[in-house]
Design a protein around this ligand. Structure first.
Ligand code: PLP
Length: 385
């Protein structure tokens, strides 16, 4: 039989991050600052809630939308944090991480060749998910001089009659940028003027340092135009539980649930109970992890700057994004040689779009001691080259 993959899949570039970490996995004593995943274990009460749910026999499907109690808890949580109100019955769907929410939103809203504007550097899945849904990702570069906040005029210049949505991811993976209110207000004006939708990945909303996270849907007139995506992976250290959600206008959430019911049916039941407990008792743990991330953030940003790798201060998520251009090496050369010569894994910036060329993503979701050792090794490497 001749084996044939669809054109859409053939066109997908393999993730640069994965390829890099497959190499790192074959080496000894590697300090990995590459993975976008908390090093903390899930807090104990959340784990216990999962175990208790299993023991109670919560081993069946839930409603396609997700457990109503969890949707209600998400709705209350969003209201408490951002003063936005979503009806638990019809305006929220519980998904298999924000990853699934990304898949659903594009599958439910894009027709072939519809365009989605995406500021880059950005999380690796965005363009791929748009393309898999038959749409066209339109990248808009952001720059270190602007602390990686998009220029509104560049977004406007990218709008065409085929533009369906503007995508934002703030706090940002990989740059750590947090979009300020003034920029988001201008974006709100722009989407009104051009009658567009905004898809907002706010998975890192709880991980901000000395600045506010502005929920895009909370801006005047924006809730009806926004699909808000959030999750449990980062703030509650629950990556493996695979729970996220999308909140938005009921027609769009309804469309997403139609795709979800045929592809996933319902998010893992035990994990939904664990997520419910996270919302009920998780806050002190979030704050404790946040304090530790902040301590590491300062160590890494100061450390990289004193090594001579200019690094702007990230205000959110758990990544620093140093500029490697002063070393004379490309980001691929720098990261490959750093891995081979000093056994430190960081991710070349080009993995996140062309505007990431010349930079690298350094995750500080790793212990303070490992970060100190990694900085010593990076310093030694930079001195040598
Ligand atoms: C910006 C961003 N969005 C979404 C995801 C997906 O998260 P999950 O599917 O675990 O909720 C990630 C994971 O790294 C991310 O960094």
């Amino acid at each position: 039989m001749s084996i044939r993959l669809s054109e859409k899949v053939v066109m997908l570039k393999p993730s640069g991050i994965r390829m890099f970490f497959e190499i790192a996995a074959t080496m000894k004593d590697v300090i990995s600052l590459g993975i976008g995943e908390p090093d903390f274990d899930t807090p104990e009460p959340i784990i216990n809630a999962g175990i208790e749910a299993l023991r109670r026999g919560e081993t069946h499907y839930t409603s396609n939308h997700g457990l109503l109690v969890l949707r209600q808890a998400i709705s209350d949580h969003l209201k408490r944090l951002y003063q936005v109100e979503y009806f638990a019955q019809s305006e929220i769907v519980v998904t298999v991480g924000v990853s699934e929410a990304l898949y659903l939103v594009f599958a439910a809203t894009l027709d072939p060749d519809d365009e989605v504007i995406i500021p880059t550097p950005c999380f690796v899945s965005y363009q791929a998910e748009v393309a898999l849904a038959g749409g066209v990702p339109v990248e808009v570069a952001t720059y270190v001089e602007d602390q990686f906040v998009p220029r509104i005029e560049n977004i406007e210049a990218a709008i065409t009659p085929r533009t369906r949505a503007i995508f934002i991811g703030s706090p940002s993976n990989p740059t750590g940028a947090v979009y300020p209110r003034e920029f988001l207000m201008k974006l709100a004006e722009l989407v009104k003027k051009h009658d567009l939708m905004v898809i907002s990945d706010e998975i890192y909303d709880r991980l901000v340092y000395g600045t506010e996270h502005v929920c895009f849907a909370s801006l005047p007139g924006m809730q009806e135009r926004t699909i808000l995506m959030g999750g449990f992976s980062k703030a509650y250290a629950m990556t493996g539980w695979r729970i996220g959600y999308a909140a938005g206008p009921k027609e769009i959430i309804g469309g997403m649930v139609r795709v979800h019911q045929y592809s996933i049916m319902s998010a893992p039941t035990v994990s939904q109970y664990a997520a419910l407990t996270a919302l009920m008792v998780g806050e002190p743990y979030v704050q404790e992890m946040l304090r530790e991330y902040d301590r590491r953030r300062k160590l890494v940003v100061n450390g990289l700057n004193s090594i001579g790798l200019s690094t702007f201060e990230p205000k959110g998520a758990f990544y620093a994004f140093p500029d490697l251009r002063s070393t004379g090496l490309s980001d691929d050369e720098f990261c490959n040689r750093l891995l081979k010569e000093e056994h430190v894994a960081i991710v070349p910036g080009n993995s996140f779009g062309d505007s990431g060329i010349g930079f690298a993503r350094v995750s500080y979701a790793t212990s303070y001691e490992k970060l100190e050792e990694a900085l010593l090794r990076i310093g030694r490497f930079v001195n040598r080259i």
